[in-house]
Design a binder for this molecule. Structure first.
Ligand code: HGY
Ligand code: MN
Ligand code: MN
Length: 407
């Protein structure tokens, strides 16, 4: 399969969305199921043996030279952020499938099987759990996640059942390390470096640490017209101060990024002083200790705002993922493949989280980044060049063949 087909398939998956006119494909929804079924059809057309697991992940297996050989995993995720781009996730799944098709066409006999993985949730939009699909595969799924409710009050357990998953079957999703050779994912860079240097592709050195919290601010609701300004316990004004404090800690701490992406004020009427606010924080740093230090600074800022304003501020950790280094041997194989294709092997750290962070629990992981236009992602303007996708296919095919030859 060539790069143009990969691009056309990314376009085709656009139609599967929960928000007409935008790409919003969330965990355990009809749009995700439709996209997954479509990819499964492409896998079967390519001669792969397919299966689904209890958390709706899809796998397509290409056998190695020996039956029941351990598998090298390649792929990415099919879910998206709200109003997202068409390449974040699907490009990794479809380039993986294209490479396996090429290997099958050349009747490559590898000492390992290859499993193309299409994970059902990496973005964590619906339930706030990072790497849900790959965590189940890595045996790191937390049963408590099943009790989490989405914005409509639907628990993950109920949503999973309704979508054809099996909450009771999740422990059986776990793969053991002995049957897993490694993980390779192609993903758009979601940043400006490769484009700035005129390079189509890069090798990921590692994934930075990230911690996400939900914050609740409780003040006193009141009448906007009759309540004097002095003495108000306005939860939204307190939240505004906390948002700016988090931003300032992000700005003043080298290499730290800090984002408040969601904020809901209650009761949400123009003439009522907000009594309650819930907001989220997403804070990341390449160094685990530096991240812990930054989180302490945020807690300190929250405590000071609470004391000054008489607003109760509490936080709940939603997810915490340590930094993850990519495997040195796999990185070297990828760098050799990029060099053989005539490009310098540029190393890049990943500011974004990826399924590799979960899979590193059971196998060596590696990632390739692909240049993306303007470094734009999590945005419908997300775009890649078909020529770069062609380079990626050649690099991935060469790397997997090389791995098949190396002991
Ligand atoms: O949030 C991230 O870094 C990824 O896009 N899930
Ligand atoms: Mn992604
Ligand atoms: Mn993403």
């Amino acid at each position: 399969m060539d790069a143009a087909t990969v691009m056309a398939r990314c376009d085709a998956l656009q139609e599967f969305t929960g928000e007409p006119g935008k790409l919003t494909r969330l965990f355990a929804t009809p749009s995700l199921e439709a996209a997954t079924v479509t990819v499964e059809g492409w896998m079967r057309d390519a001669g792969l043996t397919t299966r689904r697991d209890a958390v709706l992940n899809l796998f397509g297996r290409y056998e190695g030279s020996k039956p029941d050989a351990p598998a090298f995993l390649v792929g990415s995720h099919l879910d998206s952020v709200p109003d997202g781009g068409r390449y974040d996730g699907p490009l990794g799944v479809l380039t993986a499938l294209a490479v396996v098709e090429r290997l099958a066409a050349r009747k490559a006999r590898l000492p390992f099987a290859i499993e193309v993985c299409a994970f059902s949730d990496e973005e964590s939009v619906r339930y706030g759990t990072t790497y849900l699909g790959s965590s189940a595969l890595a045996g790191a799924f937390q049963e408590a996640w099943l009790d989490r409710a989405d914005r409509d009050g639907i628990t993950m357990r109920d949503a999973l059942r309704a979508a054809g998953g099996d909450p009771d079957g999740i422990p059986a999703c776990a793969r053991d390390a002995a049957s897993t050779v490694g993980w390779l994912e192609l993903h758009i860079e979601q940043g400006p470096s490769l484009e700035a240097e005129g390079l189509p592709i890069g090798v990921v050195t590692g994934i930075q640490a990230q911690v996400r919290h939900s914050w609740e601010l409780r003040g006193t609701a009141g009448h906007a017209g009759t309540t004097p300004m002095a003495g108000r316990r306005d939860a939204l004004s307190a939240a505004a101060e906390l948002v700016l404090a988090i931003e300032e800690i992000g700005r003043s701490t080298p290499d730290l990024v800090a984002t408040v992406g969601v904020l809901d004020a209650e009761p949400g009427a123009m003439n009522v002083i907000p009594g309650r606010v819930v907001l989220t924080s997403d804070i990341r740093h390449p160094d685990d200790a530096a991240l812990v230090h930054a989180l302490m600074a945020v807690d300190g800022a929250a405590a000071a705002i609470a004391a000054k304003r008489g607003v109760a501020i509490t936080s709940t950790e939603l997810s915490g993922d340590p930094s993850v280094p990519c495997d040195a041997r796999l990185r070297a194989v990828l760098a050799d493949a990029i060099g053989a294709e005539g490009f310098p092997a540029r190393d890049l750290a990943s500011g974004a989280g990826h399924d590799a962070a979960a899979l590193a629990r059971i196998c060596p992981v590696a990632m390739l980044f692909l240049r993306c236009e303007g470094g734009i992602s999590h945005n419908p303007a997300e775009n890649v060049d078909v020529l770069d996708v062609a380079v990626a296919l050649d690099v991935m095919e060469r790397a997997i063949l090389d791995l098949g030859m190396r002991p």
